[in-house]
Design a binder for this molecule. Structure first.
Ligand code: ADP
Ligand code: MG
Length: 291
């Protein structure tokens, strides 16, 4: 493409809220076969809110108090949901000590002399805690698309907190358009498989990879690239940076983390996935002009 036609295309993109880094990103966008999308903050709003507190060995109010005590130390969107949820329900969070965040799994610490852990099934396994009776309730909530976190206290399953995150209004339309353009759409998320499947089902995604670490998202891109397919990745978080960098085209949500934007060739300013379709049409038109 000529420098002029590229300038026109990137200018039009910018006007529509789609920032295209350079000619290479534009060219690659026209050739994409597969799009990998992160769930939280990309398909969904990324502003989860607390929906259920399930008592286990401890009563509901104590489950929420201990969960909020730990999450006060975390900057994860899930943490904000729990802290805000506790406040809204008038539950006071005690002081936590020895706070530690376990990436992709959850948080741990000491509250009132008790060892407390909050996170996914993998974190509970690390802590030597079997969910017991809570497993069935967790599965029910996950089937409704909830993100479920187990609370473990001194080695015992104490309860569950669950949050919901709305799917963005524009997501379904974007997926339909991508399919019409012949692009396969694969979800990659750190969340649990049943939750991921529940969200994917309503959107008609082609494939779901759940329980994926940040490095795992990068490895997935490389796996899909084998056989010569051109793979784009759309994500918003720090945990998406390796995948955004590995992809043929990295697409960042402008509403997400700075590091995601820095790793990407395309930025969707308002975090609206339909921008990918707009950008692809621009790319195709620009490339068609030079052939
Ligand atoms: P995602 O890909 O959805 O952004 P992450 O890789 O950040 O997810 O986290 C994966 C899972 O680890 C979450 O679904 C949650 O179960 C657990 N987790 C991570 N951080 C926290 C936290 N601060 N509190 C509770 N659970 C957490
Ligand atoms: Mg995300």
């Amino acid at each position: 493409a000529t420098p002029m036609s590229i300038m026109v295309a990137t200018g039009r993109g910018a006007h529509a809220g789609v920032l295209i880094r350079d000619a290479e990103a534009l060219e690659r966008l026209a050739k994409v076969d597969v799009l990998v999308v992160d769930k939280t903050g990309t398909l969904t709003e990324g502003r989860p809110s607390l929906t259920e507190v399930v008592p286990g060995a401890l009563p509901e109010s104590e489950v929420l108090a201990l969960a909020a005590a730990l999450e006060r130390g975390s900057e994860h969107p899930l943490a904000e949901a729990i802290v805000a949820g506790a406040e809204a329900r008038g539950v006071e969070a005690p002081e936590a000590r020895d706070f530690a965040a376990v990436t992709g799994k959850g948080v741990t610490g000491t509250v009132g002399g008790r060892h407390v852990a909050l996170g996914n099934a993998a974190l509970m396994e690390d802590q030597g805690i079997a969910p017991g009776d809570l497993a069935a309730r967790a599965a029910e909530l996950q089937a409704e698309g909830r993100t479920v976190m187990f609370l473990g206290v001194d080695g015992a399953p104490a309860g569950i907190v669950a949050v919901a995150d709305r799917i963005k209004d524009t997501t379904a339309e974007a997926i339909r358009g991508l399919h019409e353009a012949g692009i396969r759409v694969v979800m990659a998320t750190g969340d649990a498989e049943p939750t991921a499947r529940a969200v994917a089902r309503t959107l008609g995604l082609d494939e779901v990879r759940a329980g994926v670490s940040p490095e795992g998202k990068g490895a997935l891109i490389e796996e899909l690239q084998r056989g010569g397919r051109s793979v784009a990745m759309a994500g918003d978080g720090v945990n998406d940076a390796p995948a955004l960098a590995a992809a043929d085209v990295g697409i960042a949500m402008g509403t997400g983390a700075d590091v995601a934007v820095e790793s990407a060739g395309v930025t969707l300013v308002r975090g609206d996935l339909t921008g990918i379709l707009r950008a692809r049409r621009l790319a195709e038109a620009t490339m068609a002009n030079i052939r």
